[in-house]
Design a protein around this ligand. Structure first.
Ligand code: ATP
Ligand code: MG
Length: 641
């Protein structure tokens, strides 16, 4: 994105006030913003007090060597103790931590007391395998309770985990094992996906490198697995361990985990998160953004543990807060397209946190599916991963939330570790498509090329002006890349890589990645805004927009559109006119291509650079981060390429 600020095209005037009952009992009130702006470090110190520290810190933030931050300097804490033991010690051992639902319909209810026993046994097992504090452990697992148990066991002993999404290939797993020099890999024989066992162990067998001394294998599906001396069954080793394990206190800056970014824009980066600040901000944000009431809420985050959302909002945030969560193993359409809503009804889920890609899929499947279930327990809905199109937001609020529930659109990244920009459900008047305000204690801003804050009503680059507790500490093994990627564009500012605008009230709207912004006849136009305009047409299920080079306008807009299943014939001219009517003639797509699918990452994000290759008539580039590389063949076929 260059000279001018992003054009501010989208007009969205719908507003939703917080429900009175929620507002009256909200966890966070307006004064949190005031207190945080008066003394940011005191505010974060107050949040850190939610946790139980073994040794108090002497300084909240050491920022003498930017961009390398140290939070809660000198403090010592054990993450697993905070997520498990302390709830048991407080008499809440019988409370369910995880309602786990397997795809085939098998279930497990794991209380905090159960979790403590399992985590202690797993920690002892890691010790028996010779894993010690500072070692790295790769975790390549399906969505089963042992995945969370393995992460917590690592945290307990101070081994740094690197969770690799269970859908990744041999190459992706091998490069991550190598990059972290992992000593142990924890995996399973397989997991259930789309109604069938899907193997994991064979991928590990091919991916293990020299550094790996053992592979610890959970039996989940019972499928046949190859076996070597290196392999150990979880049930053989873990089950016979002692249920006692004394948690050692770790330094606040001890490395908790490495996690690779989704790879939407290129080669994934190994993001390093540490202990005290990370847990402080995940616990605080989970409490504030979802208004969590641990005694009564049933919380469900549908992400995979292999993504940062799974780390922060399935494992660490909710468990630190003593929440009762649902964890689901499989896909949303197995055995039927109402599976999620059946789960909400069954467990009485009150808070649901999911991604726009899922919401758009449910819209495509039709309103009648969720309508068959009782969703009246829901009281707060969350969204993360991509900008949420206003139409998807309203559908989510109406069809899933019964028109009662606030929708919190949460902006953050693997790098930020926790939510940074979001409405607060008891305070904020929601605007469909807007992430609204930086949370208390977070200083996000939108700037122009000269790093000057843009006025209300303008767009530009999203930056963070001050360090935050759960910030990444570096790119694993590559301080230089950390500095280059995030801190070199403007001195002293963290550059997130996303475009954003401030509306006339100063509220924030995310406009997609800066790399995706189009330059049409000298105007920067956001892909997100054009996509949202397309999705607001009743015949459009999903849309992806790219800028394709054009001899006249510099770039011209090319749109790839998936029609709604029951839409009948789609008139492309009508769609072009619809966009022009919503956003103005400048945003009218040059071409609209009807396609059956869109290329997405494993975490469900649209990969626009590949569509740009098609729009510009090039052979399509690297498709290895796609969830399903065959999608490109389907698209090319539909376009006659
Ligand atoms: P890579 O950095 O490897 O290209 P990635 O950025 O997709 O991958 P993540 O860290 O999983 O990896 O995703 C963070 C990004 O997702 C953000 O930078 C932003 O572009 C997008 N995002 C997440 N939540 C939101 C949201 N609520 N609104 C808009 N965009 C969002
Ligand atoms: Mg990114």
């Amino acid at each position: 994105m260059s000279q001018d600020a992003l054009s501010n095209l989208l007009q969205e005037n719908r507003r939703f006030a917080p429900p009175a009952e929620l507002a009256a009992a909200a966890n966070i009130t307006e004064d949190a913003y005031t207190r945080a702006s008066e003394d940011r470090l005191a505010f974060w110190a107050e949040q850190a007090e939610r946790l139980t520290w073994a040794k108090p810190w002497t300084e909240v933030l050491d920022w003498t060597n930017p961009p390398f931050a140290k939070w809660f300097v000198g403090g010592e804490i054990n993450v697993a103790y905070n997520c498990v033991d302390r709830h048991v010690e407080a008499g809440r051992g019988d409370k369910v931590a995880l309602h786990w639902e397997g795809e085939p319909g098998d279930t497990r209810a794991i209380t905090y007391a159960d979790l403590k026993r399992e985590v202690c046994k797993a920690a002892n097992a890691l010790g028996e395998l010779g894993v010690v504090k500072g070692d790295r452990v790769a975790i390549y697992m399906p969505m089963i309770p042992e995945t969370a148990i393995a992460m917590l066991a690592c945290a307990r002993i101070g081994a740094t985990h690197s969770v690799v999404f269970g859908g990744f290939s041999v190459d992706a797993l091998r490069t991550r094992i190598e990059d972290a020099d992992a000593k142990l890999v924890i995996t399973a024989d397989g997991g259930y996906r789309r109604g069938a066992p899907s193997a994991l162990k064979p991928t590990v067998d091919q991916a293990v490198t020299k550094s790996v001394e053992n592979v610890l294998v959970v039996r989940r599906t019972g499928q046949e697995v190859a076996w070597t001396d290196r392999d150990v069954w979880w049930h053989d080793l873990v089950d016979r361990q002692s249920e006692e394990h004394v948690p050692e206190a770790h330094d606040a800056e001890h490395p908790l985990f490495i996690l690779y970014t989704s790879g939407t824009t290129g080669k994934p980066k190994g993001i390093l998160h540490t202990t005290g600040g990370y847990l402080t901000q995940t616990a605080f944000t989970h409490h504030a953004v979802f208004d969590l009431k641990p005694e009564t809420d049933v919380y469900w985050c549908t992400a995979d543990v292999g993504w940062v959302t799974g780390h922060s909002y399935i494992v660490y945030g909710p468990l630190a807060n003593g929440a009762t969560s649902v964890m689901y193993e499989g896909t949303p359409d197995t055995p039927h397209r109402g599976r999620w809503w059946e789960i909400v009804q069954k467990y009485g889920v009150t808070i649901l946190y999911t991604a726009p890609t899922a919401i758009r899929t449910f819209m495509k499947w039709g309103d009648d599916i969720p309508a068959q279930f009782d969703l009246s327990s829901l009281r707060v809905l969350g969204s993360v991963g991509e900008p949420i199109n206003p139409e998807a937001y309203v559908w989510y609020r109406e069809r899933i939330g019964g028109g009662r529930t606030p929708v919190v659109d949460t902006w953050w990244q693997t790098e930020t570790g926790a939510i940074m920009i979001s409405p607060l459900p008891g305070i904020t008047h929601g605007k469909p498509g807007a992430a609204m305000r930086p949370l208390p204690g977070i200083s996000a801003d939108v700037v122009n090329d000269e790093a000057e804050s843009v006025p209300n009503g303008s767009g530009g680059f999203l930056v963070l002006r001050e360090p935050w507790p759960s910030m990444l500490r570096t790119v694993w093994g590559d301080d230089e890349r950390f500095v280059q990627t995030y801190w070199s564009r403007w001195p002293g500012l963290y550059f997130a890589g996303d475009g954003a605008k401030k509306d006339d009230d100063g509220d924030l709207w995310l406009l997609g990645r800066v790399d995706d912004v189009m330059l049409v006849s000298g105007h920067n136009i956001s892909t997100t805004e054009v996509e949202s305009a397309l999705v607001s047409h009743p015949k459009v299920a999903e849309a992806a927009v790219v800028g394709a080079s054009d001899p006249v306008t510099g770039q011209a807009i090319a749109a790839f559109v998936i029609p709604r299943g029951d839409a009948g014939d789609v008139d492309v001219e009508e769609l072009r006119g619809h966009v022009a009517q919503h956003l103005g003639p400048i945003a009218k797509p040059r071409q609209i291509l009807l396609v059956p699918e869109l290329p997405k990452t494993r975490s469900g994000k649209i990969v626009r650079r590949i569509l740009q290759d098609i729009a510009e008539g090039r052979p399509t580039g690297d498709a290895t981060t796609l969830a399903d590389p065959a999608v490109m063949d389907h698209i090319k076929q539909a376009l006659g390429l």
